[in-house]
Ligand binder design. Structure first.
Ligand code: HAM
Length: 436
């Protein structure tokens, strides 16, 4: 029987034993999630939580049948009622479904959501590519203004900056409205048709099913052929052009650097007008740390009113890996204020109830319940990186007095046990509780 973890997934542990995987430690996840939540609230985004599985049709309709995600990568299963269900491969379709189903559109204006959670894609596992990965995403429904696209790019850019990420590239393009994309696809097919047999097998399939995605091909021969292909930017309608120009000029005003990348098309079929991707040189071949764009009309595709929408998502594993490689700072993991070390049974009882009472008063406390010698308790306090330890035996209980030891300075001060909580609370206001 094999109980080992399946391929392409990983545990997030409080203490990661392998230094190469320190990006997986739960303290680091909590830190980036805290920064994300704080920044989202500053920008007026509210959290949305949708189920981890949905009806398969939602993703087929929402993400697009011809996309790699739907055609190759979905975790789809039949439930006991013989209904086809799929573990969500991304968050946008689910957010749209929740928005439409709960009729949130009855309130006018822009609806701004964010989410943090796991996504599932049956991909070939490799560095930076997992079968369960985690995304932070944001979606705005009901706003067609180019400022909204820029706000989202600024939101994710600000979060990356707060997390200390450096040297990221923002690639941006416009894939136009449905009509301009149709005209472009026709021109692209005309251009590619004499080269069809020289294209990679994947691109030959895409030629029939999803011509635009050929632009995404990493195959060197395809790239050579594509070098002289028409540019989608030449096919934009005047309205698409103005939208794109406003987005790029606002980014420049905000001092956010970007590269216009006419061959950037995203792997999901719902995009129109602005698309963007953020890449990092630290990530090897899976260099996309985040991406998004406009997807006007998706609400209508899944049965709601026709509302303009825009969003992005960023992979948390990749964010943490880049932070690790760039040695971005993390706050110290939490540690107890005090470790209580009982010597003997009466003291053990006293220390246990005191430990619980300290916690009830908001003080992080631990107790050495091993029943071993003093040395063991001191080692525990040091290994937990506690601020203080206090050793309590029969004598201390009789006198109701004990030595509170400050572990880093190795200094001790006598305190009354009835006053322990106050003495430790003083620790929060004044770390120099102890006399010189
Ligand atoms: P996506 O580009 O497919 O977009 O995924 C967003 C990010 O998730 C990627 O840039 C990458 O960092 C991370 N990611 C994707 N697949 C994996 C994987 N297998 N392992 C590790 N990380 C991965 C979307 O999902 C769209 N829903 C984004 C969006 C929201 N567009 C509009 N709104």
């Amino acid at each position: 029987m094999d109980y080992s973890i399946p391929k392409g997934v990983f545990d997030i542990l409080p203490f990661e034993p392998n230094p190469e995987n320190c990006w997986r430690s739960s303290d680091r996840w909590q830190w980036i999630e805290k920064v994300i939540r704080h920044t989202c609230h500053l920008y007026g985004y509210r959290e949305i939580r949708t189920p981890i599985f949905e009806r398969t049709e939602l993703f087929i309709r929402g993400v697009g049948e011809a996309s790699d995600i739907v055609s190759k990568e979905m975790y789809t299963f039949k439930d006991k009622g013989d209904r086809s269900m799929t573990l969500r491969p991304e968050g946008t379709a689910s957010v749209m479904r929740a928005f439409v189903e709960n009729k949130l559109y009855t309130k006018s204006g822009a609806h701004k959501f964010f989410y943090i959670g796991p996504m599932f894609r049956y991909e070939r596992p490799q560095a930076g590519r997992y079968r369960q990965h985690h995304q932070f995403g944001a979606e705005v429904i009901g706003a067609n203004q180019p400022e909204q696209d820029v706000e989202l790019i600024d939101l994710v850019h600000t979060i990356y900056q707060k997390l200390g990420l450096r040297n990221l590239k923002i690639l941006i393009n416009s894939v136009g409205s449905i009509q301009s994309r149709k005209e472009f696809c026709l021109a692209l097919r005309n251009y590619l048709s004499p080269h069809l047999s020289s294209l990679s097998a994947d691109s030959q399939i895409r030629y029939e099913k999803n011509t635009l995605r050929i632009l995404d091909s990493k195959d060197p021969k395809d790239q050579e052929i594509l070098a002289n292909a028409p540019s989608i930017l030449e096919f934009l309608s005047p309205e698409d052009k103005t939208h794109f120009q406003t987005v790029t000029s606002l980014l420049s005003t905000l001092g956010i650097s970007y590269e216009i990348t006419p061959k950037l098309v995203r792997g999901l079929d719902y995009y129109n007008k602005t698309v963007f991707e953020i890449t990092s040189g630290e990530l090897g071949s899976q260099n996309s740390i985040g991406g998004g764009g406009r997807y006007d009309g998706l609400t209508e595709t899944i049965g709601g009113p026709n509302l303009p929408s825009v969003g992005f998502a960023t992979g948390l594993e990749r964010v943490l890996q880049v932070m690790d490689r760039q040695k971005a700072p993390f706050p110290e993991p939490p540690h107890p204020t005090v470790v209580l070390i009982p010597l003997g049974d009466p003291a053990r009882h006293y220390c246990f109830t005191t430990c619980i009472s300290l916690r009830h008063q908001g003080i992080s406390a631990e107790i050495d319940l091993s029943g071993k010698k003093l040395q063991h308790g001191l080692q525990l306090a040091n290994s937990l990186k506690a601020d203080y330890c206090i050793v309590i035996g029969d004598q201390e209980i009789t006198d109701m007095k004990a030595q509170l030891k400050h572990l880093s300075s190795r200094q001790s001060v006598e305190i009354s046990l009835t006053d322990l909580a106050n003495a430790l609370k003083g620790h929060y206001k004044n770390i120099d509780l102890l006399p010189e």
